[in-house]
Design a protein around this ligand. Structure first.
Ligand code: NAD
Length: 484
């Protein structure tokens, strides 16, 4: 039996309270997760503080950068271990985990190490009232001990997207992985020890949210800042916890993203792009498209083309050739998604395809599978158009004018991403300027450059990370003013 242990001060720590980690594909038991209580979380925060005050805190930037490159190299050397762990925990197809999750998980350490090495700070020469001069320059110091609370949909990628820049900036971290996906965060502890990251720089505490490791970590007064990716509702609870002690937060939250397809789009590319954005990772991507709006002249043709794409997806185990659709993360999430499938029917949707559970055989019949699903015909007030489902599904509605498309895209409390499909350059720029989101993709989706700003508008988040923007959260900028 495998045991997923906490990682505190460079050591793997067992606890007496454990919970099962099961594979979403077939519900088999993967191992027991050791839940951190308040005492273990406190030990992890203390270890992180001690590391800040020790060798790590005194280390030159150059040496820190070298070590973070070594972390990335070691993840790549153990690529298969990470791949197997991520596929078992999430059930995602090999093609996805091997091309996105693990390579990007490693890249997050190198890219942010290089950004920290290369980004200058500002200086100003200032005339003083006595006719003299002053010189102002800025220096960056680490924020301190960072609490990193992570979701389950891209476990290694989204965790390292926070841990990479946090460590590059000289902070220490206590990570709380999702209770659904404890494996790769634990494995990263072995990597940290192997390459010589000092004990206490990277810590992992396992458990749930309320009255468990998540709450213990975010309410701990020894945590200097909290970075969180997950549901908007959870963000509200964490923000309340962070208010005590006025600690900064960086939040990447939920979305209800629109895809806008204009009649002048490259039709085949638009269909392929929207299909990816709706169904990749079984729809469990914060940036995914659950609301599609298609200009009326191509509406019917687009609906049938997307239907064909949805029906061509092949569900199955991660390693099987040709499989490109995994399961949902848990039984609970499957029930949630299926409840929306039912709501859509109750509200009078036309079910273009899907709407249920695919026939899976053998052990897979125990997994958390759902069919890719497309609806049409619902009013904008319908639950499946208003609320984030986080499943492989979308509603498609027609529109007539550019203004109408923008208004529809913006008619939501969320503001994470939009994908726009048009061959008209002027229109692309006009729409990008008016959609109320953090990221607007034109003729693409999920095309990421780690140097660019990433984050959500409205209820989709607080702050931006990526490139130099990550430095804004993970460091304190201090201005030094010298009278010359
Ligand atoms: P979640 O909010 O349920 O859980 C995220 C993490 O928060 C988990 O580790 C959980 O244990 C912890 N948590 C829960 N309650 C807590 C509390 N009260 N205090 C402290 N910690 C607590 O989210 P999820 O279901 O794991 O992930 C799916 C959600 O994440 C979706 O809403 C999705 O849109 C969002 N997401 C957003 C982005 C982004 O970049 N904007 C990326 C990925 C996922």
């Amino acid at each position: 039996m495998k045991h997923f242990l906490n990682f505190i001060g460079g050591e793997f720590v067992a606890t007496s309270k454990t919970f099962d980690n099961r594979a979403p594909a077939d519900n088999r038991l993967l191992g027991r997760v050791h839940e951190a209580g308040a005492a273990e979380v406190d030990a992890a925060v203390r270890a992180a503080r001690a590391a800040l005050q020790g060798e790590w805190g005194r280390m030159s930037v150059g040496r820190r950068i070298e070590l973070l490159h070594a972390v990335a190299d070691e993840i790549n050397r153990r690529f298969d271990d990470f791949l197997q762990a991520e596929m078992a925990d999430t059930g995602k197809p090999h093609s996805l985990a091997s091309h996105i999750d693990i390579p990007r998980g490693a890249a997050n350490f190198k890219v942010f190490a290089d950004i920290v090495k290369n980004v200058p700070t500002e200086t100003f020469e200032t005339a003083t009232p006595d006719g003299g001069q002053a010189l102002n320059y800025a220096i960056r110091s680490p924020l301190g001990v960072i609490g990193v609370v992570c979701p389950w949909n891209l476990p290694l990628l989204l965790m390292t997207w926070k841990v990479g820049p946090a460590l590059a900036c000289g902070n220490t971290v206590v990570v709380k992985p999702s209770e659904e996906t404890p494996a790769t965060a634990t494995l990263l502890g072995e990597v940290m020890n192997a390459v010589g990251i000092p004990p206490g720089v990277y810590n992992v505490v396992h458990g749930f949210g309320p009255q468990s490791a998540g709450e213990f970590l975010t309410t701990h007064p020894g945590v200097d800042g909290i970075t969180f990716t997950g549901e908007t509702r959870t963000g509200e609870a964490i923000m309340a916890a962070a208010a005590k002690g006025v600690r900064p937060v960086s939040f990447e939250l939920g979305g209800k993203n629109a895809g806008l397809v204009f009649a002048d789009a490259d039709f085949d590319k638009a269909v392929a792009g929207i299909a990816r954005s709706a169904f990749e990772n079984c729809g469990q991507v914060c940036l995914g498209t659950e609301r599609v709006y298609v200009q009326r002249p191509i509406f019917e043709r687009f609906v049938s083309a997307l239907k064909a794409r949805a029906e061509a997806l092949k569900p199955g185990p991660s390693e099987e050739a040709g499989v490109n659709l995994g399961p949902l993360i848990s039984r609970e999430h499957q029930q949630k998604v299926l409840s929306y499938y039912q709501k859509a029917r109750d509200e009078g949707a036309t079910v273009v395809t899907g709407g249920g559970v695919p026939q899976m055989t053998g052990a897979l019949a125990e997994g958390h599978w759902v069919q890719p699903t497309i609806w049409t015909g619902l009013p904008e007030s319908a639950a499946v158009i208003r609320e984030e489902i986080f499943g492989p599904c979308c509603h498609i509605a027609p529109f007539d004018t550019e203004e109408e498309a923008i208004a529809l895209a913006n008619a939501t409390d969320y503001g994470l991403a939009t994908t726009v499909w048009t061959e008209n350059l002027g229109r692309a720029h006009r729409v990008a300027r008016q959609v109320e989101v953090g990221i607007c993709w034109i003729n693409s989706w999920f095309l990421r450059d780690l140097r660019t700003a990433f984050g959500g508008a409205k209820a989709s988040g607080i702050g931006r990370e990526g490139g130099v923007h990550s430095l804004e959260f993970y460091t304190e900028l201090r201005n030094v003013c010298i009278k010359l």
